[in-house]
Write a protein that binds this ligand. Sequence first.
Ligand code: SAH
Ligand code: MG
Length: 203
Amino acid sequence: MAENNLHERLDDYVNDLFVHEDDALAWIKAETSRHDMPAINLKSFEGRLLQMLIYMLGARKVVEIGTLAGYSAVWIARALPAGGKLYTLEKSSKHAGVGDRVELLEGDAHDSLRKITAKGPFDLVFIDADKGGYIDYLAWAVDNLRPGGMVAAHNAFRHGAVLAPENDDDRTIQAFNAALAKDTRLESTILAVGDGMAVGIKR
Ligand code: SAH
Ligand code: MG
């Protein structure tokens, strides 16, 4: 059996047992393609992973960089306790509303992050936007997380291309992972779920 195929079957196995994608989440995915947005939302089991991280952290205040249509935002928001808050940052004006507990900041994340600094410190910063911004976003996260808080970055594997980069984004993620690994302010690794979730906990 091809290894890829084994991974896909194991992802399906996890999905069937632990992951419930309801109508609202399925609707967001449908809207994503209806509005000509790329289908680069998280996989459902990756959304579930984020929820588990939120539960483990006891996270109440979360920043997401890269909203798209709000698919991952809904996974995150649903795991927050009452009174919790998600700030989700998106430069494109194409996006779905994501409901209460969630504040959408439209515009380039570099600017929006500056605007929410005063709302910190944060429990979790989830990075899933332009790969060229990842290293800046990491720097912001380290400065604005509480001790014990986590930065999590999607696409750490680039579907395998971190092993043999083919373009600038692949090389940028390689550099990001290396920067994360050697940052002594963080305990870090890559969780090998889906396309790889790079995680660092602030000491
Ligand atoms: N997290 C989403 C997918 C995000 S796709 C989900 O799982 O559903 C990446 C998003 O980042 C795109 O919508 C893109 O418009 C946005 N983006 C790219 N560069 C950005 C920037 N500089 N600032 C804010 N958002 C940006
Ligand atoms: Mg992604």
